[in-house]
Design a binder for this molecule. Sequence first.
Ligand code: AMP
Length: 124
Amino acid sequence: MTHYRENHMSNDDTIFGKIIRREIPADIVYEDEQVLGFRDIDPKAPTHVLFIPKIRIATLNEAGAEHADLLGRLMLAAAGFARAQGLAEDGYRVVMNCNENGGQTVFHIHLHLLAGRQMTWPPG
Ligand code: AMP
């Protein structure tokens, strides 16, 4: 599997910008005015969906109070999708990786929704 390592110090677009603009294909499963949800190309669970803001915030470090509503929308989109898919009762995990130690590889924040199997703790 190709691993994408993009420069978090630049304002350059990421592969997720291309998905938002439909320049490259993605399996889009959720969309509203501010949020897009699509299946991860390299799934780590039977259901693995990424929820991203349509505006680019490179990492959670760049998020400010002005993004509080948007960050909440990512959470609610993930929870709503899980509920609609019948995954809520069994449970799931939501994760946002930040920078090197967090394991972030695409510098456009994204909330991972992982479901359909037993998760372990602590994560690797
Ligand atoms: P992270 O490591 O938290 O930055 O997560 C980035 C995620 O994006 C990884 O799970 C990748 O598999 C996923 N990914 C990278 N490129 C694509 C793509 N074109 N479509 C869907 N998912 C992607």
